[in-house]
Design a protein around this ligand. Structure first.
Ligand SMILES: Nc1ncnc2c1ncn2[C@@H]1O[C@H](COP(=O)(O)OP(=O)(O)OP(=O)(O)O)[C@@H](O)[C@H]1O
Ligand SMILES: [Mg+2]
Length: 352
């Protein structure tokens, strides 16, 4: 009889999202926000989910966390497996118990995610009091240690300060402290640096990476900014209109984008060899209205490679591409030499 050793758990991935569907049922109609999203995250891995505003990044995170605004939001299909167990099938109480010690999240807006009427140190200490059953003194000491760990200057003195008394960067550090307090397996960071200036952005990203290693977490980094994830992600999943367009290891995606949408995203990123004053090509048009999705591929109205087939049928969900690294894309024309040639130009030369 084969036995499963402790190092070989009976699940394939730490987190495995399969064919997720989410819709918002509103008076104006049904907005299909997530349309068959599948991806996985392994232990200690960093996956970046990249996409324009409205592409469904936050809704995906909310569905994983079990905090979808419902009504109007409903998960209409799919599985969210954490260590092999489908969280979508769990009872609300069991599901709630996952939040914090198993999966934790840093929200897009740090100020509104913190409670304005309680001191920040107290809010961190509450995590230990509720989940770890600690007494007041121990919880306070633990909260101060955590505030020091995320480098809040004068942590002890600032234990009693309120959220509005901190700068944006410091508030984001407090949010990080709360998110890692219960030593989660997975941390989802939703645009953790978008509201911050560039220097502070870099400091927060460095801190997140440090803590990820120290705590051994899998990290899902949600962003619309290619620049933010280039140095920190292992893999990237590119999202558009509630679908994944392409997934690839970060190096391969930058060196050789395959999906026309990824090609467009990379073309609009400034390069070191860009000429001064040269305008960057942006992807023309707007993301689709989720209430009135175009027929065929959702990207087809903006895609310079679109042919009749793209306007008629939705491409199959992510399929494996022939490559030396694991990469997948959802596009009718992705293996077409014309598209491949443009991709090379987009990244500044022949990278093959
Ligand atoms: N509570 C809600 N009620 C109705 N529609 C919603 C709700 N939350 C999200 N949506 C819709 O779902 C779609 C995906 O939204 P989501 O917040 O996931 O986008 P996002 O990729 O995170 O964008 P951003 O970069 O702006 O944060 C959007 O069209 C949005 O309007
Ligand atoms: Mg969002």
């Amino acid at each position: 009889m084969t036995t499963i050793s402790e190092n070989q758990p009976p699940f394939e991935h730490l987190l495995d999202v399969r064919d997720l569907h989410v819709e918002f049922r509103m008076r104006a109609g049904v907005a299909k926000a997530i349309n068959g999203v599948s991806f996985h995250l392994d232990e200690r891995e960093t996956l970046a989910i990249l996409g324009e505003s409205g592409s469904g990044k936050s809704v995906t995170a909310q569905a994983i966390m079990g905090i979808l605004d419902s009504p109007p939001g409903y998960i209409t299909g799919g599985q969210v497996l954490f260590q092999g167990a489908d969280m979508l099938k769990m009872k609300p109480k069991a599901r709630a118990a996952m939040r914090g010690p198993k999966i934790s999240m840093i929200f897009q807006d740090a100020l509104s995610a913190l409670n304005p009427v309680f001191p920040v140190g107290w809010q961190i200490a509450e995590m230990f009091r509720i989940h770890r059953d600690m007494n007041r003194t121990d919880a306070m000491a633990q909260a101060i240690r955590l505030m020091e760990r995320v480098r809040i200057p004068g942590a002890k003195e600032r234990y009693k300060a309120y959220p509005h008394q901190f700068s944006g960067g410091m508030r984001q550090r407090i949010m990080i402290a709360m998110a890692i307090a219960l030593d989660p397996w997975i941390l989802i960071a939703d645009e953790p640096t978008t509201a911050l200036d560039v220097t502070v952005q870099a400091q927060i990203m460095d801190l997140l990476k440090e803590l990820q290693e120290e705590f051994g977490m899998g990290l899902i980094l949600i962003t619309h900014d290619l620049g933010v994830v280039a140095n920190v992600a292992d893999r990237i999943a590119v999202m558009y209109a509630g679908r994944l367009m392409e997934t690839a290891p970060v190096g391969a995606l930058y060196a050789n984008p395959r999906h026309p949408y990824t090609i467009g995203l990379l073309e609009s990123v400034p390069r070191l060899d860009s000429k001064l004053g040269e305008t960057l090509p942006a992807i023309g048009g707007l993301p689709p209205n989720l209430l009135r999705m175009p027929a065929g591929c959702p990207f087809n109205p903006r895609c310079r490679f679109a042919i009749d087939k793209c306007r008629e049928g939705v491409p199959p969900d992510l399929t494996d591409l022939a490559d030396s690294v694991p990469r997948r894309a959802a596009c009718w024309r992705v293996e077409d030499p014309a598209v491949t040639a443009e991709a090379r130009i987009a990244v500044g030369g022949d990278q093959s």
